[in-house]
Design a binder for this molecule. Structure first.
Ligand code: NDP
Ligand code: MG
Length: 380
């Protein structure tokens, strides 16, 4: 079991819940990081007394350094500062709860310094799955999924013999706009896209849920985590978010993991594996829920899901490009500069127009493909 963690992205939705879990189980926290939320970061630093904190934004870091000058906590800044936190010597595990591909380099830094990884930052695997796998193979660290679906699959796989897996079944809530037609999606507002039926999460992933890009990213994430190709990954709409995902074994037996939707269960399992400890999460009462529903996803309306599956089948740098296009398009949508349906349009076009992919690529190529795709969209 993990004894000492660094929490990258500690001021976000997953970061805050990770600190909750750490507090409950007496896990020491050695490093905390944020982009610019320094008020919350200062509060966390005073409560958890880490060795160090890091802030991406240099000016915010300067202000935090002054605020924490009565403590012995070191304050770092910029991308180098976040990497410093990722390799923090005291931590045995890095929890990566940064949003977006910005999490990739800290992930690699944590792996290179021999830390186990509790990974919420799915964009790390979508954009850089190949180099992350190579780095893990070199160092032999353990990778624990935090994303609820992938944690569910990981939990279901416990005790199953190797090679017994036939397929994984990722459940999807369907997001804020389940059941709508494309026409009904044309003029949806940001505030509507930010209303998730079951989960309270950061803004980017909530929009990704509304477009179903989130499920597309999760299909690619599952492929890297469990070594399954696109055709062995099913997506099933399950509005209630009670079954967090399932596996089907070779004998057609299906195993599911259930629970009330609360990220503290998957976070805790990633930190306490293989133990099962008490948790503050409510008990599941199925008689109160009464029924669970299932449906096929609508790939025509929620095109991002289809595009991600295509990117996964094409392989190479295509998933990197799909992810980068989505990050740029979601930023534009949040600024009110494009409509909701332009998100899938930009992601689809980026993948359709990309031609620079091969199977032989490395970190530089990933970073370049990400940067070029983003620049093309943001310059439009
Ligand atoms: P939030 O937006 O709530 O938090 C993101 C965290 O990352 C914050 O601490 C933020 O700092 C920091 N951050 C933002 N941009 C950067 C950057 N460029 N470099 C370094 N740090 C940065 O996101 P969530 O907690 O919702 O999601 C985090 C990750 O976990 C995402 O990849 C998401 O897909 C995944 N995930 C989230 C779930 C959830 O329930 N929220 C469920 C499953 C997966 P600041 O506060 O200063 O902005
Ligand atoms: Mg998920």
């Amino acid at each position: 079991m993990t004894k000492n963690i660094s929490v990258l992205g500690s001021t976000g939705s997953i970061g805050v819940q990770t600190l909750d879990v750490a507090k409950m189980h007496g896990i020491k926290v050695s490093a905390l990081t944020a982009n610019r939320s320094i008020d919350l970061l200062e509060k966390q630093a005073r409560e958890f007394e880490p060795e160090m904190v890091a802030v991406l934004d240099h000016d915010s870091a300067k202000r935090l350094k002054i605020a924490l000058s009565d403590t012995s906590i070191a304050v770092y800044s910029g991308e180098e500062g976040i990497k410093e936190a990722a390799r923090c010597a005291q931590a045995d595990t890095a929890v990566n709860a940064i949003v977006g591909v910005a999490g990739l380099m800290p992930t690699l830094e944590a792996i290179a310094s021999g830390k186990n990884l509790a990974l919420a930052n799915k964009e790390t695997l979508v954009a850089g799955g190949k180099v992350v796998r190579e780095a893990i193979n070199k160092t032999g660290i353990k990778l624990y999924p935090v994303d609820s679906e992938h944690s569910a699959i990981f939990q279901c796989l416990q005790g199953c013999p190797e090679n017994s897996l036939k397929k994984v079944i990722l459940t999807a809530s369907g997001g804020a706009f389940f059941g709508r037609t494309k026409e009904q999606l044309r003029n949806v507002a940001l505030k509507d896209a930010l209303k998730h039926p079951n989960w309270s999460m950061g803004q980017k992933i909530t929009i990704d849920s509304a477009t179903m890009m989130n499920k597309g990213l999760e299909v690619i994430e599952a492929s890297w985590l469990f070594g399954v190709p696109d055709e062995q990954i099913d997506v099933l709409i399950h509005r209630e978010s009670i079954i967090h995902s399932m596996i089907q074994l070779k004998d057609n037996s299906v195993i599911a993991q259930l629970g009330v939707p609360d990220m503290r269960i998957p976070i805790q399992y990633a930190l306490t594996y293989p133990e099962r400890l008490e948790s503050p999460v409510k008990e599941l009462d199925l008689s109160e829920i009464a029924s669970l529903s299932f449906a096929k996803p609508d790939y025509d309306t929620f095109e991002c899901l289809a595009v991600c599956r295509k990117a996964l089948r094409l392989g190479g740098l295509y998933p990197t490009v799909a992810n980068a296009a989505n990050e740029a398009a979601v930023a534009l949508f949040m600024q009110g500069r494009i409509g909701f349906l332009q998100i899938p349009e930009y992601v689809g076009n980026a993948v359709a127009q990309f031609s620079g992919s091969s199977d032989d690529f490395g970190l530089e190529d990933i970073l370049n493909a990400d940067k070029e795709t983003r620049a093309k969209i943001l310059d439009m």
